[in-house]
Structure formats: C-alpha cells, structure tokens
Design a protein around this ligand. Structure first.
Ligand code: NAD
Ligand code: MG
Length: 383
C-alpha cells in the first residue's frame, strides 16, 4: 500500500488522481491533501477518502471547512506552512504535486528533503527553479516522476535506453484553442473562446497557456530539467489529434513514440505505479483505424511568440525562466479576470523579460525575490 499526499486535490489533475486512487484501493491510500478554496468539493473528497491531514489556502476556507466537517476527525491547517505539512505528512511515500503555479516549489523541495518520491504535474516548479529542484533530487537521491503527458511519454520511451544515445526529444503540441486562427484573428478573442480546448479538459490557467502555446514553452523547459537535455536537442511538433504524446529520436535515427487516448489518468497512474503498470479499465482504448489520420505541422515561432520566449529564457537560464513564469502567471490571471486582452499576455511577458537583469545560478531567496518583483511589475502594466 503506497501512502500518497496530493496537493491540488480539487483541480483537474487532482480529481483524476483521486479516480486512479479509488480504482486501486488495495494499492494506494490518500493520507494527506491540499486544495485552494473550493471547500464544498474539498469536503466531499475528505469524506470519501478520509485523509488524516488537509491543508487549505487561507483562514476563511479553513473556517468554512471546519463547519462542513464537524464530527470528522481530520486535522486541518491553512497557509504555506500547512501546504508543506501536507507534502511531508508522516508516512507519505509519494507526493503528487498538482497545484497550479510556483506556490508548488517549496513543498516539492521539502518533500525531496524528506526522501519522498515526487509525481510532478506542477510544471511551474521546474520552470521557476529547475536547477534547485533537480540538484536537490540528486543530493537526496529522490525520483521526480513526470505526470505531464508529454514528459511521461518521453520517460516511457526512454525505459531500457541509454540516455547518451538520444539525438533529440520531440514534444508534441495540440496547438490549443486557437490553433486554426491566424495571428490577426487573435486580437479580440474572448476568455470563453480561449477556455474551449479541443482535446483536453483542464484547469483554467493551463488551458489559457495552451492557447498562447506558453504551455508548450513551459514543457520545453520542464523537459530540459527532467531529462537533462540541452535546448538545441528539444523540438516542438504540432500534432492536433493529441494521440502521439511525444517522441524520442536516437543517434541511429530510430524514433520511439508513445501513443494513447488523450486521458491524463494514464500518465498519472504510470507515475504512481512506476516501474509497474496496472489496468485502467475506465480509459478508452486507442483504435488507430477509428482515428484514421494523424496530422503534423512545424511549430511557428512568430505565430506563437510565447514559445519563442520560453526557448529564449531557457537558453539564457539563471533567473530568466523565473521571470517568464511569474509574468505569465500574473498576465494569465488578469486575462481570466477580463482585465487585459489575449495578446497582452505575451506583450507583458516580453516587457518583463526585456527589463530583467539576469542573475546566473540564483539561490532560493533570489528566485523568490525575482518572482515577487516580476509579479509587481506586471501588475503595474495591467493597471
Ligand atoms: P486546476 O486549476 O484545475 O487545479 C489546481 C489545484 O490547485 C486546485 O485544487 C486548487 O484549489 C489548488 N490551488 C490553487 N492555488 C493554490 C494555493 N495557493 N494553495 C493551495 N492549493 C492551491 O489546475 P490543473 O489543470 O489540475 O493543473 C495543475 C498543474 O498540473 C498545473 O501546473 C498544470 O500546468 C499541470 N498540468 C495539468 C494538466 C491537466 O490536464 N489539467 C496536464 C498536465 C499538467
Ligand atoms: Mg502537457
């Protein structure tokens, strides 16, 4: 029985992780969890899965949740300290980090220090401080297992292979909600249109990131850190069906791909069962004759400028990816609130990056300071 802590339990990845846990009650036990402020959904999860500890974002949610759960014996906390407590709760063997944003960084570092295996969905953590997280994982000899479908695909393609034989990683991209629109047509797109992703049902932030293609940019940086791969050896391939989840090319020109129906429960479960595999009967099997055709296109870096910014920031390194990520988080939140237009997301990221004087090899405090400063700068642009 593997004891699991799940951060972001009420979210898209969180709910699907709970599906996987519920499908294998003899394999997994949820012992701790966290969520932001959706206490109605949170209390239902708590009653069903009976974790011993729950962390919520703030005091207000804490008060509501206490009321909802009067009579239950679960311990509850709130704020950053509680989030860390949930991550490293007594006996936890796997931390599924499925919060959204760089708030996931410290809990991940603390869990690594406690020798807890990380199943990582929270890509912002690797973007904002990839060198710290990977150095930490090495130092404490802890596995970081990818949950993101592209990285799970690459990880699966690499089983039994020598990483020294890799020619390049090919990360596939659906293209998001606006994949068929020209750049001029993006000027007045609405939040509702942006949230309408053709292949995947996901949280709001990542759905907007998919529409700007920043999601793919973040994933390129995530792949750089997870697989220790230079940016010159990472390619992005547009593939609108989301059937091939990514590919690896080797020196002998052989390419291995991982395929399947677009269903996040597959990579989530693989991270939880690795190196074993368990059945997943609820997921639709893939019949390629039903799909018929698969399409591929070259990624257009002028059309999707965020993708270019991500490669640029990754190659510059240091605190530049921290700026990219923080500016993106603030701009996307503002777009979702209706305060800025779609193309202003990339405009504000570019301005934040232009203004930043990069610090090489930053420590945790410098990263946190740059993160906060960037957020303030973007907020001034917004207002
Ligand atoms: P979501 O918005 O659906 O869920 C986010 C979860 O985090 C919620 O439970 C929310 O309550 C919690 N949360 C938010 N802010 C918090 C805070 N300050 N403190 C504590 N909890 C907080 O997001 P999602 O789509 O599930 O994505 C989660 C992460 O996984 C993101 O990093 C995303 O990029 C990544 N990811 C998601 C998918 C997907 O299919 N949804 C696929 C690959 C990667
Ligand atoms: Mg992905």
């Amino acid at each position: 029985m593997k004891k699991i802590s799940l951060l972001g339990a009420t979210g898209s990845i969180g709910i699907q992780t709970l599906d996987v846990i519920a499908a294998h009650p003899e394999e997994f036990k949820l012992v701790a969890m966290s969520f932001g402020s959706n206490y109605k959904s949170g209390s239902e999860i708590i009653k069903k899965f009976k974790p011993q500890f729950v962390a919520v974002k703030d005091k207000e949610t804490y008060d509501h949740l206490k009321q909802e759960l009067s009579g239950e014996s679960v311990k509850i906390g709130y704020g950053q300290e509680a989030l860390i407590e949930a991550a490293v709760f007594d006996g936890v063997e796997i931390l599924v980090n499925a919060v959204v944003g760089s708030v996931g960084l410290i809990p991940t570092l603390k869990a690594i220090e406690n020798k807890i295996t990380i199943a990582l969905a929270n890509k912002e953590t690797l973007v904002t401080a990839g060198h710290l997280v990977t150095e930490h994982a090495k130092k404490y000899n802890v596995d970081i297992l990818p949950v993101d479908s592209e990285h799970s695909a690459i990880f699966q393609c690499l089983q039994g292979e020598n990483v020294k034989s890799i020619e390049r990683l090919i990360v596939t991209a659906s293209g998001g909600s606006f994949r068929d629109k020209k750049r001029e047509e993006l000027v007045d797109v609405t939040v509702e249109q942006a949230l309408n992703h053709p292949n995947w049902s996901m949280g709001a932030k990542i759905t907007i990131d998919s529409a700007t293609m920043m999601n793919k940019g973040l994933e390129v940086i995530e792949a750089h850190w997870l697989f220790n791969m230079p940016y010159e050896k990472i390619d992005v391939l547009l593939h609108k069906e989301s059937i091939i989840h990514s590919l690896v090319e080797f020196h002998d020109r052989s390419i291995i791909a991982q395929l399947g129906s677009p269903d996040m429960r597959v990579p989530i479960q693989y991270a939880l069962t690795y190196p074993e595999r368990l059945s997943l009967p609820e997921v639709k099997g893939l019949e390629l004759w039903e799909v018929g055709k698969l399409h591929f296109e070259k990624a257009d870096f002028n059309r999707f400028r965020c993708l270019q910014f991500a490669f640029d920031s990754g190659k510059i390194g240091g605190t530049m990816p921290t700026v990219l990520n923080a500016a993106n988080e603030e701009a996307v939140a503002a777009f979702l609130k209706g305060s800025i237009k779609f193309l202003q997301i990339e405009e504000f990221i570019e301005r934040a990056m232009d203004k930043h004087v990069c610090i090489a090899q930053p420590g945790l405090e410098q990263i946190q300071e740059v993160d906060q400063r960037t957020r303030k700068f973007v907020q001034t642009l917004i207002s």
